[in-house]
Design a protein around this ligand. Structure first.
Ligand code: BGC
Length: 248
């Protein structure tokens, strides 16, 4: 029987929601979104999610909630691109109370990675795979033989004296007005560095900018294959719903 679950993906700039057929691993509703409130305090984010959900067809069952922070035992532990008040917040309980539903709370890049590994570019890939999402920050999800090692936060390894995401995220590309050759040079350095640390068998290149992969793929240099993410901006929502199906 088909099971339809709600996935929510909170990013630095927008919040997305969609209904996902978790057997097929695909959206069965429109992907709707709203700007992330600024400041992105816990209550403001949860209110924005509740409003977004009220615009969607009714659904039930557990809800997957992907969020850009380290998540340990249901609590956010970091807040790089959101309000610091999230640190220590039990995201599952807060959103669960607002929606009256069980909520599974997880890191956004881990959610996107789960989706890519199950139904996207990583399907069938064995060995060590690193999914990177280039957006407001750089998110990472590390898999070995399809099993996730959560909360890796490779966007925060120190690179050129600062967090890697402050050097090579998609936001930095826009803010510093870097063209693809200049930006990909930074990305290539980052991939080489990550490769030296973990010797992955493949990278999966995700985040909104992966929609334009064809425009910069010829510039990418990596010791192992780099595959474009297949699920684009839907990955976090689909992965959140898959996590809810699994852990909810
Ligand atoms: C956060 C990560 C998140 C990534 C992508 C980083 O700044 O620390 O938790 O996965 O941005 O949103």
């Amino acid at each position: 029987m088909e099971r339809i679950l709600l996935g929510i993906d909170v990013g630095g700039s927008s919040i997305k929601a969609g209904l996902v057929d978790v057997e097929a691993g695909r959206l069965v509703s429109e992907l709707i979104s709203t700007p992330t409130p600024q400041p992105a305090s816990p209550q403001a984010v949860v209110d924005a999610i509740a409003k977004l959900v009220s615009r969607m067809p009714k659904s039930d069952g557990p809800v997957g909630f992907a969020f850009p922070s380290v998540v340990k035992n249901g609590k956010a532990r970091t807040a790089a691109n959101v309000d610091r008040a999230w640190i220590g917040t039990d995201g599952a309980a807060l959103l669960g109370d607002a929606l009256g539903r069980k909520v599974v709370f997880l890191n956004d890049a881990d959610a996107a990675g789960i989706a890519e590994m199950h139904v996207g570019a990583g399907r069938g890939l064995r060995g060590t795979v690193i999914v990177l999402t280039f957006g407001t920050g750089i998110g990472s999800a590390l898999f070995n033989d399809g099993v996730l090692w959560p909360n890796t936060e490779f966007g925060h390894v120190e690179f050129h004296g600062k967090d890697a995401e402050l050097w090579a995220s998609a936001r930095v590309r826009t803010e510093e007005r870097l063209d693809f050759p200049a930006w990909i040079e930074r990305v290539n350095e980052f991939l080489a560095y990550m490769h030296g640390l973990l010797w992955p068998d493949a990278f999966i290149f995700g985040g909104g900018v992966s929609d334009r992969f064809d425009e910069f793929s010829s510039l990418l240099r990596s010791p192992c294959p780099v595959y474009p993410a297949r699920l684009g901006s839907q990955a976090g929502v689909i992965g959140a719903a898959l996590a809810a199906a699994h852990f909810g």
